[in-house]
Design a binder for this molecule. Structure first.
Ligand code: PGA
Length: 272
């Protein structure tokens, strides 16, 4: 199976456009050892800045092979939605990826499962690749609810993907990636153990295989997110079902982010 690893920086509400340009200047030279893997698509790297930094960051990253991602998108094509951003606006800025359903959006901004499905529907019809974020809270984990939460969060997305594949609107190799981010590990410094991460990723993959088709489920990348740092990235990225990382806090520093990218390349790709 061919699942090129993907490392995504999620800057959340940090870094101005000016900061973003300075970040790119520091980052790009650090990625030279990964340049070949990036240019051939064997490794993918993206940065999701706040919306106002997208254009400037895109210019600063030109030619580096690092892609742009957005942190959010609205489910409508256009209209009277003050403060929102459409998929077409992101496409116009050469965004490649968009996060959907990040736990902070779910908890703070009313992105519940139905709305997330509507966003996903819109994005699947665009040229953007969605990164669907899922994961359980601490209370849900302690109540042994992981399987139930995964069922609930994946039910509508899988149904949507299946109907698109059946209608011929989606390639049998869907462009979607899933980010498993246990909420209790986000921004807390409390990273999932290898065992917890691998077990959750396998549970997600089983649902994808059963709900779509084994081949389609095998092709979908499942990223781990939640306190990924340079010193824990290797053990997480070495897990067979961890296809990359969604990095928050550590991605704000170009050297730390570059170190995670290098670890991903070394761990997931055979030496050329
Ligand atoms: P963190 O954030 O790496 O700071 O835990 C991850 C995320 O929210 O995507």
């Amino acid at each position: 199976m061919n699942r090129p690893p993907l490392v995504v920086a999620n800057w959340k509400m940090n870094h101005t456009a000016t900061d973003a340009a300075a970040f790119a200047e520091r980052l790009v030279p650090e990625l030279v050892p990964s340049a070949r893997a990036l240019s051939t698509g064997r490794l993918e790297v993206a940065i999701a800045p706040a919306f106002p930094a997208l254009e400037r960051l895109g210019r600063a990253l030109a030619g580096s092979g690092v892609r742009l991602a957005a942190q959010n998108v609205h489910e409508s094509t256009a209209g009277a939605f003050t403060g929102e951003v459409s998929a077409a606006m992101l496409e116009d800025l050469d965004c490649r990826f968009v996060l959907i359903g990040h736990s902070e959006r779910r908890a703070l901004f009313g992105d519940l499962d139905a709305r997330i499905a509507a966003k996903l529907d819109r994005v699947l019809a665009s040229r953007l690749s969605p990164i669907l974020c899922i994961g359980e809270t601490l209370a849900e984990r302690e109540a042994d609810q992981l399987e139930h939460v995964l069922d609930r969060q994946l039910e509508a997305p899988i149904a949507l993907l299946r109907s698109r594949i059946e209608a011929g609107a989606e390639s049998p190799r869907p462009a979607i990636a899933i980010a498993y981010e246990p909420v209790w590990a986000i921004g807390t410094g409390r990273v999932a153990t290898s065992e917890i991460a691998q077990q959750a990723h396998v549970a997600i993959r089983r649902r994808l295989e059963a709900g779509l088709a084994p081949a389609a489920g095998q092709q979908i990348r499942i990223l781990y997110g939640g306190s990924v740092k340079p010193d824990n990235a290797r053990s997480l990225l070495a897990l067979p079902d961890v296809d990359g990382a969604l990095v928050g806090g550590a991605s704000l520093d170009p050297l730390q982010f570059a170190s995670i990218v290098s670890t991903c390349r070394e761990t997931r790709l055979e030496p050329c």
